[in-house]
Design a protein around this ligand. Structure first.
Ligand code: A3P
Length: 302
C-alpha cells in the first residue's frame, strides 16, 4: 500500500515498515548488496532522533587524532556530508558515492529498522549505535522537517491527522515502536554489538554518554585526554548551537539541494508541549504502555 503524509510526502509499505517511496530503490539495493566488514560502525536512528548530533559525535571520536578541534571538518562541513546514509547516499538513485572510496574503518548511517538490515550486518562483527528519542518530540520534529521537505510553511492544522497516522504506525520508517523495540531487544541480547542510547539521556549527561560511545567504538578516552579537556572541547564542537550557527549549516545546501539548516531547529527535550493536546498525550501514553510492556524501555518527555 501507498499513503500520502499530510505534508504531501509519499510513503509505501514494504515488508512491515513504511518508507518514503523515493528511497525504496536504494533501500532494496542496500539490503541486497551491502557486505558489512567487521570493523564497520553503523549509526542507526529513527528519523529526527538526533542523527545529525550522533554523526558529529562519532566523527569527532573517530578522527580526534587526525585534526585539532580548531581544524575539524565539522566547522566547514555538515555532519551528513561526513557520515553517509547507506540507503540514500550510497545505494540511492544517482548516487556518486562509492563504498570503496570511504576511509577505513568505515562509519556509516541508516534509518532502517533492525529487522530490515542486510544479514551481513547482523552476521558480521560490525557494531551498531542506535540513538532514539521520545516519540512526541520525534513526531513534532518530523512535522517541521516534512514542511521544509515539501517546501511549505509548517501548518499546525495538519497535526491532528498526522498524529493519528503516526499512532497507527504510518510514518517514515514506522511503526516507531517496532523500530525502537527491535534495536532495544538486539542491544539486550547482544550488548557488545548494539549500543542503545537515548537523546534525552545524552542531553542530560553528555559527558558520560560521549565516553560510553567512544568506548563502544573501541576508542576510549585516555586519562591524559580527559585531564586535557578533550571531551568538553569535542562536545562543544558538536553542540547544537555551535553546529547551527556555523556558516555551512546556516547558509549552504546539501547535495540533494536541501538547506543544511533544516537539520537544526530547537534541539530541546519537550518542545511537543507547544503543539500537542492533553488527549494526544494520553493516547501516546497508552500506546507506549501497551507496546513497551515488559520490555523495560521507557522515555522521558520533558
Ligand atoms: P528538533 O526539531 O526537535 O529541534 P535528526 O538529526 O535525526 O534529523 O534529528 C533532528 C533533531 O535533532 C532536531 O530536533 C534538531 O534540532 C536536533 N539536533 C540537531 N543537531 C543537534 C545537536 N548537535 N545537539 C542536539 N540536538 C540536535
Amino acid at each position: 500500500p501507498v499513503e500520502k503524509l499530510p505534508e504531501g510526502i509519499d510513503i509505501c509499505f514494504y515488508e512491515g515498515h513504511w518508507y518514503r517511496s523515493v528511497f525504496i530503490h536504494g533501500i532494496i539495493k542496500f539490503q541486497q548488496h551491502f557486505k558489512a566488514q567487521d570493523t564497520d560502525l553503523i549509526l542507526a536512528t529513527f528519523p529526527k532522533s538526533g542523527t545529525t548530533w550522533l554523526k558529529a559525535l562519532a566523527f569527532t571520536i573517530a578522527n580526534r587524532n587526525n585534526y585539532l578541534v580548531s581544524e575539524s571538518p565539522l566547522l566547514i562541513t555538515n555532519p551528513h556530508s561526513l557520515i553517509h546514509f547507506l540507503e540514500f547516499d550510497i545505494y540511492g538513485k544517482n548516487s556518486i558515492l562509492k563504498l570503496e572510496d570511504l576511509p577505513s574503518p568505515r562509519v556509516l548511517a541508516t534509518h532502517m529498522p533492525y529487522s530490515a538490515l542486510p544479514t551481513s550486518i547482523k552476521n558480521s562483527n560490525c557494531r551498531i549505535v542506535y540513538l532514539c528519542r521520545n516519540p512526541l518530540d520525534v513526531f513534532i520534529s518530523f512535522r517541521h522537517f516534512a514542511a521544509k521537505l515539501s517546501n511549505t510553511p509548517f501548518d499546525p492544522s495538519l497535526i491532528e491527522e498526522s498524529f493519528d497516522m503516526f499512532c497507527r504506525g504510518v510514518s517514515t520508517y514506522g511503526p516507531f515502536w517496532d523500530h525502537v523495540l527491535e534495536y532495544w531487544k538486539a542491544s539486550q541480547e547482544r550488548p557488545d554489538k548494539v549500543l542503545f542510547l537515548k537523546y534525552e539521556d545524552m542531553k542530560e549527561d553528555p559527558i558520560s554518554h560521549f565516553k560510553v560511545l567512544a568506548k563502544f567504538m573501541g576508542l576510549p578516552f585516555s586519562v591524559e585526554e580527559e585531564s586535557q579537556g578533550v571531551i568538553e572541547e569535542a562536545l562543544k564542537l558538536c553542540s547544537f548551537n555551535n553546529l547551527k550557527d556555523s556558516e555551512v549549516n546556516k547558509n549552504e545546501k546539501n547535495r540533494r539541494g536541501h538547506p543544511n539548516s533544516m537539520f537544526f531547529r530547537k534541539g530541546e527535550v519537550g518542545d511537543w508541549v507547544n503543539y500537542l493536546t492533553p488527549s494526544m498525550l494520553e493516547r501516546m501514553n497508552k500506546l507506549m504502555e501497551e507496546k513497551f510492556a515488559g520490555s523495560g524501555l521507557n522515555f522521558k518527555f520533558s
